[in-house]
Write a protein that binds this ligand. Structure first.
Ligand code: COA
Ligand code: AMP
Length: 632
């Protein structure tokens, strides 16, 4: 007899319209769909075509309408501001969101307009997102750790009518003033937003530009609450930019209807929570995890979500996560493995845990990078609860593979995020497009159509969407990850097939960093690779070949390129190390052998590439790496 997971997974593939059509009954629709799946224009697929709805209504208002108004919707917990805690009930949240939607409407924001949200981890970030959704407009949240130039490229792509920001974010030991970054970005961008709504935080006061900037608190005093504006299920809810293989980020589009259906389903099926449970995603609203599981998923399902402004360590200590779990009776925590590695490094025996009552805690979920078996075992040992690695991407919005605790708990195999979630037909393909057998590594691909909640396209870039994801293996979505399936259908995600690296769970493009390095006047050629890092999983490392005749101190040039990456991409790139070499190893056709360089740096065995132009260069690279502490 098939277990509930097997039944759900099989039905989701054999009868996707029946499967998702039933699940969609849990959402309030203004008008039902004409078709569950519109497959009339492959490879573009649209879920719930013809339906009308509003995401903010489903995430906020309907809970108030059905008697949950007094339940905590969002708890703000901020060790960064000396321990602030603030609870918003669903009724409070509705009031704030409806009034902030009024502020935006008064500034001319309406259906289909874009609004960029550039905010730290404060409740107003979620309020702004929900207010934009309420108006039927489209938000694009930009992570605070990005530099002005990155924000500018997103302004030029999304062409927002309005920006919402705050005077500052708070990082341990420093105040990150957002307003100069915002102003700098608008100076750099060709498109100019009409208005910037700025929340003044007490830690830093932003100077305002008269005629363009509006003070959040002032505007809220007189704001008129607005109703939810009906949109099509297929209209975009948000654009979230993520690293592509070039400096131009990809604008991942998320629709309204499919997104609600999928996220609402995952709360029970994958995370096994109930409405009213406390769910905490320790991430940032600027990442997809923050969109899906700080804001939309838990609120759609009627949970209490935690918005935590702090770190796993140092705010004030490695017991911070246990303190939050105990204070708010958290049932499920979702974070990146790097956070647990940071805690383990500071408190290897988890002694600080003894101070707290964790009796409500039921499961830990990890994603953003592969959970290494050491971290998995440590977390299992100290928590004594299931620890679930699950695999997903900004593009997919929810997990492709997971141990779906709400359906059936499978035994955990270390190094694997378990099996394809319902809706996902995961196959591993060889370069020629044929599926490979169990245990053989290839490109991990998902058969089209993808389930609801996944990207229907890239913002204003249908062609790029097809080229980036759908062309290489016709009929499939290429995840960009390589790996294999075992004979029981467990998925193993091993590495990326492109230049993306994961640093502390943050997705970065080495190609983009190379573009910045190449812009330095002394650099003739360069390469950036991701090297193994005990805490962050991977760290970027640069190789610089200088122009002929450059006789400056190498240390100065390295310091300058490090600063360039910080200034142009942002501190989140964590680009701290580079080395000057005479030449880069290449194939005879001129392709830089980044994979071989990475293996040398990580002291892994490697095969001499058959197509290498000059094998002697590898010895030079190894010597340069040894000199800076790699290739041991
Ligand atoms: N605004 C401005 N700067 C930011 C920022 C933000 N929102 N977020 C990070 N930065 C800065 C950091 O201050 C740091 O700057 P520094 O070079 O001056 O030290 C830099 O970007 C790199 O940040 P990070 O890679 O996060 O390293 P860290 O040393 O500050 O912290 C961890 C390491 C493991 C504690 C941290 O990455 C963490 O808590 N990760 C949790 C998991 C997570 O959030 N994953 C996201 C997807 S689920
Ligand atoms: P992002 O879009 O930032 O979520 O990054 C997505 C990428 O992170 C994936 O394509 C993987 O390379 C990696 N990733 C995320 N979660 C996992 C996981 N659980 N196991 C392995 N890799 C992961």
């Amino acid at each position: 007899m098939a277990n509930p997971y097997e039944q759900a997974h099989a039905r989701s593939l054999s009868d996707p319209e029946g499967f998702w059509g039933e699940i969609a009954q849990d959402i309030d629709w203004v008008k039902p769909w004409d078709k569950v799946l519109d497959a009339s224009n492959p490879p573009f697929y649209r879920w719930f075509a013809g339906a009308e709805c509003n995401t903010c209504h489903n995430a906020v208002d309907r809970h108030v309408d059905r008697g949950r108004g007094d339940q905590a919707a969002l708890i703000y917990d901020s060790p960064m501001t000396g321990g602030t805690q603030k609870t918003y009930t669903y009724a409070d949240l509705k009031d704030e969101v409806a009034r902030f939607a009024g502020v935006l409407r008064a500034q001319g924001v309406g259906k289909g307009d874009r609004v960029i949200v550039y905010m730290p981890m404060i409740p107003e970030a979620a309020i702004a997102m929900l207010a934009v959704a309420r108006l039927g407009a489209i938000h694009s949240v930009v992570f605070g750790g990005f530099a002005a130039a990155e924000l500018a490229s997103r302004i030029d792509d999304a062409k927002p009518k309005a920006m919402v920001s705050a005077s500052c974010g708070l990082e341990p030991g420093r105040i990150v003033e957002y307003k100069p970054l915002l102003d700098g970005a608008i100076d750099l961008s060709a498109h100019k937003p009409d208005v910037c709504v700025i929340l003044q935080r007490p830690e830093a006061k932003a100077s305002m530009i008269p005629g363009r900037d509006v003070d959040w608190a002032e505007a809220m005093k007189t704001a008129q609450p607005t109703e939810c504006v009906t949109v099509k299920a297929t209209d975009p809810l948000y654009i979230l930019y993520t690293s592509g293989t070039t400096g131009v980020p990809k604008g991942i589009v998320r629709d309204n209807g499919g997104h609600m259906v999928a996220l609402n389903y995952t709360m029970k099926a994958i995370y096994d929570v109930q409405p009213g449970d406390v769910y905490w995603a320790a991430s940032d609203v600027g990442w997809v995890v923050g969109h899906s599981y700080i804001v939309y998923g838990p609120l759609l399902y009627g949970c209490t979500t935690i918005l935590y402004e702090g770190k796993p360590v140092g705010t004030p200590d490695a017991g911070a996560f246990w303190r939050v779990i105990a204070d708010h009776k958290v049932k499920v925590l979702f974070t990146a493995p790097t956070a647990f590695r940071a805690i383990k490094r500071e408190d290897p025996e988890a002694k600080l845990m003894a101070r707290y009552d964790l009796s409500h805690f039921k499961a830990l979920y990890l994603a953003g990078e592969r959970t290494d078996p050491n971290t998995l075992e440590w977390a299992q040992k100290i928590l004594g609860t299931p620890v679930i690695d699950h695999w997903w991407q900004t593009e997919t919005g929810w997990s492709i593979a997971a141990n779906c605790l709400g359906l059936h708990e499978f035994p955990v195999k270390p190094g694997s995020p378990t099996k394809a979630a319902p809706g996902w037909n995961v196959q591993v393909l060889a370069d020629d497009g044929h599926p490979v057998g169990a245990g053989t590594i290839g490109s991990i691909c998902c058969k089209l159509p993808l389930p609801p909640g996944t990207l229907p396209t890239l913002w204003n870039a249908d062609k790029r969407y097809k080229e980036a994801y759908l062309s290489e293996f016709p009929g499939y979505y290429k995840t960009g990850d390589a790996g294999y399936l075992d004979e029981e259908g467990y998925v193993y995600v091993m590495s990326r097939t492109d230049d993306i690296i994961n640093v502390a769970g943050h997705r970065l493009s080495t190609g983009q960093m190379e573009e910045v390095l190449a812009g330095h006047p002394d650099v003739a050629e360069c390469a950036v690779i991701g090297v193994a890092d005990e805490l962050k999983g991977q760290m970027p490392l640069g190789f610089l070949v200088l122009k002929a005749g450059v006789a400056r101190e190498h240390a100065d040039i390295v310091a300058e390129v490090v600063k360039r990456v910080r200034d142009q991409i942002g501190p989140v790139a964590a680009f701290k190390k580079a080395t000057v070499v005479k030449r880069l190893p290449k194939t005879r056709s001129g392709k830089i052998l980044r994979g071989t360089m990475q293996k040398i740096a990580d002291s892994e065995a490697y095969k001499m590439p058959a197509t290498i132009d000059d094998p002697a260069i590898l010895g030079e690279i190894e010597a340069a790496l040894k000199a800076i502490g790699y290739a041991k």
